[in-house]
Design a protein around this ligand. Structure first.
Ligand code: ATP
Ligand code: MG
Length: 774
């Protein structure tokens, strides 16, 4: 297909066709930035640029896959094959794999995921006899991550008085020592954590000019999506690689920068023009994703931010429905509102589940939504929870596979040295850990030399340890000839891991066994796909993929489902109908991000991202009270609700259906309250101060919200919910006479399939369909 240029507007076309040199496309949400990047790559290839020379960096691997698919449609499958596309982490993990020995790491280095890193830090904090309340492993990891993303090595840390002072002031004077131990232990284990993948790439490119030269030559064209969320470490990598040809194209939207808390630096986009000479700047202003109402509402919100680049977005799309705002009593009520609204929309407009997304500020909010969706039998999928690869049974299996490639991997070894049980207890492990630290060896190396190291272990224990080493070595020998799938099967058979799970006999055990089976299927799938693409199908590559997989990548699902995710995860995605729940002060904006103007501005950008995910309809909801940290607190509606220009919003309230005997009018679940009660008016001339708001127990009704009615969510059952039977004849106001063919669902969801006299078969929700039995 070659008419891709025709699928672009004038400004997009200019950006796609632009000649070489540094360029930045800066534009609002939904204006086709990702599309331009995709088509630009295809166009470069059409112009004769070898795909081997193109590097594209995306925010998720899923986005990379979708882009590649689109490019393949334009230039052909085999042409697109060599393109390097993916997240920073996955692309540079691959580069490191072939270069890591220069840095003293094995080529089969392990990638520690967050769980591994937290476990390692827990051990270190314990070994150092530090207070676990002061040194919370997750927080410590966050701090270390900040250092690494700013390229502060252990040595740099110790020579930076400000950092030392900051950690001392925050009651963690031992941070430096923990950081050093953590880095040493990762190095000894031949492991890199997520941040190392960027930090070590920087080290590689700085210390080895020939390596840098090689990749500069290779990546003649570099393209980066979502550039506003790159951190310093990523920024430096891109700069270094693009230094020779300066064919660097970045796209982004400063209004969607939402990862400052993870070190993203909005300045990267703002300073791009300073970094390169003769930068070509492109602006895209037409939004193709959302209705006029959504685009304008989002504009009116982001207006409130002081620091932003000047740009506007507009759309030719339909005006669309108003943004609906719903006040609910509690989080449970909120969940029921979401589920009912989805159900209603589906019934009315024949929509499938995958047209809906529910977005929230914090993962914990998903529970109430899930409960309500389950009750209504609506299929959903949560993104960002415990991913498949983090389940215990899966991590255990993977730990064996990791050990085969890298026996020094300490976290993998600790997971499985005594699982399934082999009689190697905590005391033995403590002795081994102490010896490993003293000798500066890995635990595996200590066990290999158990006869030489004086550890005061009895012969029985020594034998068990020897057996374990032998087991791993036998796998290593087999791995020389077997493929990834065969070796995984062998591991499961020899370790009797599945048998160990099964012996529980519980339903959970059965599902765990199924998960392990699914992992095997996944490996088989991986091998087939890699073969097809003529790419490396080794166990090592599989393990890299797994370590960097997020469940956004796991989309080979059978059924359409409602997507549930945090707003952060939703970046770059789009859905026809979007619910943004928990629109309350201290939740959104988050209580932790209200101390400075810039924190509140980042929360506002997050709200902008959320609104602009929607194509047709946005629902916003807030609860009057909700359980937080185990206490029921009163909530105040989010300031962001007031910030949406009032002409685009509409307060809705569930109306109690009127079941008048002979009324044939279809009733709405959501009536509209009179106009005077719906406004979120700002007092004229007064702008809310952006100053921090103290976290307080808010009174339930405040300001303009006082005028709102108390709403009642419970909807009484319809008169036919229990009476109607298959075979009954009924009369409907609009469709006339019909026969009931089937009844399904329960309680409030009961639906009847009815064949009407005009031949049409309809499924009607009994609660609302006004039917009369005849
Ligand atoms: P975000 O800021 O959310 O990442 P974006 O600027 O990357 O958004 P895209 O995702 O590329 O925007 O485009 C938004 C939607 O508009 C997509 O569905 C895309 O296919 C569509 N689109 C973009 N440009 C055009 C066009 N010229 N004609 C028709 N549809 C378009
Ligand atoms: Mg995009």
């Amino acid at each position: 297909m070659n008419n891709y240029i025709a699928q672009l507007n004038e400004s997009q076309k200019e950006a796609v066709l632009h000649k070489d040199g540094p360029m930045i496309i800066i534009a609002g949400a939904g204006s086709g930035k990702t599309r331009v990047l995709t088509y630009r790559i295809a166009h470069l290839m059409q112009q004769g640029v070898d795909s081997f020379n193109i590097l594209a960096l995306t925010f998720t691997n899923k986005a990379a896959r979708e882009m590649k698919k689109r490019i393949a449609e334009i230039v052909g499958q085999s042409e697109a094959k060599n393109l390097w596309m993916g997240t920073f982490h996955s692309v540079f993990a691959r580069i490191l794999r072939s270069e890591s020995e220069k840095l003293g790491f094995p080529s089969n280095f392990t990638i520690y995921d967050t769980q591994d890193s937290v476990r390692l830090l827990s051990s270190i904090i314990q070994e150092m006899s530090l207070d676990k309340d002061k040194y919370k492993p997750k927080q410590v990891l966050g701090r270390i991550s900040q250092y690494k993303n700013s390229l502060i090595t252990v040595k740099a840390y110790y020579t930076n008085p400000e950092l030392l002072e900051a950690d001392r002031m925050s009651g963690r004077p031992k941070m430096g020592e923990i950081y050093k131990n953590y880095v040493d232990r990762c190095f000894k284990a031949g492991a890199m954590d997520f941040d190392d993948l960027l930090l070590r790439t920087n080290e590689l490119l700085t210390r080895f000019p020939d390596v840098l030269g090689k990749y500069q030559d290779r990546f003649k064209y570099i393209l980066v999506d979502e550039y506003q969320d790159t951190n310093h470490s990523q920024y430096l990598i891109v700069r270094a690689l693009a230094d020779r040809f300066e064919n660097i194209c970045v796209v982004g939207d400063d209004s969607q920068s939402i990862y400052a808390f993870r070190g993203a630096n909005i300045q990267n986009i703002l300073n791009f023009q300073r970094d390169y000479k003769e930068v070509s700047i492109f602006k895209l202003e037409q939004n193709y994703r959302s209705s006029q109402t959504i685009v304008n509402a989002a504009n009116s919100v982001i207006e409130n931010n002081q620091s932003k680049l000047d740009k506007t977005i507009w759309t030719q799309n339909d005006k669309g429905d108003m943004i609906k705002i719903m006040r609910t009593l509690s989080e449970g009520d909120e969940g029921r509102f979401v589920a009912s609204a989805i159900f209603e929309d589906q019934m009315r407009h024949q929509l499938s589940n995958d047209q809906f997304a529910v977005l929230y500020r914090t993962n914990a909010q998903s529970r109430a939504i899930e409960d309500a969706l389950r009750k209504k039998n609506i299929d959903y999928k949560i993104f960002g929870g415990l991913s498949f690869y983090q389940r215990k049974e899966i991590k255990d299996t993977l730990a064996y596979l990791r050990l085969i490639l890298n026996p020094n991997d300490e976290e993998a070894l600790k997971r499985v040295i005594n699982y399934p049980a082999r009689g190697i207890g905590d005391t033995t492990m403590n002795k081994l850990t102490v010896a490993a630290n003293e000798l500066n060896k890995s635990i595996f190396e200590v066990i290999e030399n158990i006869d030489v190291v004086n550890l005061q272990l009895n012969t029985g224990t020594k034998n068990k340890l020897r057996d374990f080493v032998l087991l791993i070595k036998s796998f290593q020998a087999e791995a020389q000839t077997l493929n990834a799938f065969e070796i995984a099967e062998l591991v499961l058979k020899k370790t009797k891991l599945v048998r160990d799970i099964e012996k529980d006999g519980t339903p959970e055990a059965i599902s765990k066994v199924e998960n392990v089976q699914e992992l095997l299927n996944g490996i088989k799938d991986f091998i087939e796909v890699q073969k097809e693409k003529e790419e490396d199908d080794s166990l090592a590559v599989f393990l890299i993929d797994v370590a960097l997989a997020t469940d956004l990548d796991n989309d080979k699902d059978d059924k359409p489902r409602v997507s549930l995710m945090t707003i952060h995860l939703a970046k770059g995605l789009e859905f026809p109908h979007v619910f943004i729940v928990g629109m309350e002060e201290n939740l959104f904006p988050s209580a932790m991000s209200m101390n400075t103007r810039s924190e509140v501005e980042e929360e506002r950008r997050l709200f902008y991202v959320a609104l602009t995910r929607a194509e047709k309809q946005v629902y916003l909801s807030y609860a009057q009270s909700r359980y937080r940290w185990g206490k029921l607190v009163d909530c105040e509606p989010s300031r962001f609700l007031e910030e949406i220009d009032e002409q685009f919003v509409q307060q809705i309230a569930p109306k109690q259906p009127q079941f008048k005997q002979n009324s044939f009018i279809d009733s709405d679940i959501f009536g509209e309250t009179p106009p005077e009660t719906v406004r979120f008016k700002k007092p004229i001339g007064v702008k809310r101060k952006e100053a921090p708001k103290p976290i307080k127990k808010a009174s339930p009704v405040q300001g303009n919200f006082k005028r709102m009615h108390q709403v009642k969510m419970d909807i009484p059952e319809g008169p036919f919910a229990t009476k109607l039977k298959v075979g009954n004849f009924v009369i409907h106001g609009k469709f006339g006479k019909g026969e009931v063919l089937a009844i399904e669902g329960n309680e409030n969801d009961q639906k009847a399939e009815i064949k009407f006299e005009n031949g049409e078969i309809k499924k009607l929700l009994l609660q609302f369909a006004k039917l009369k039995i005849v």
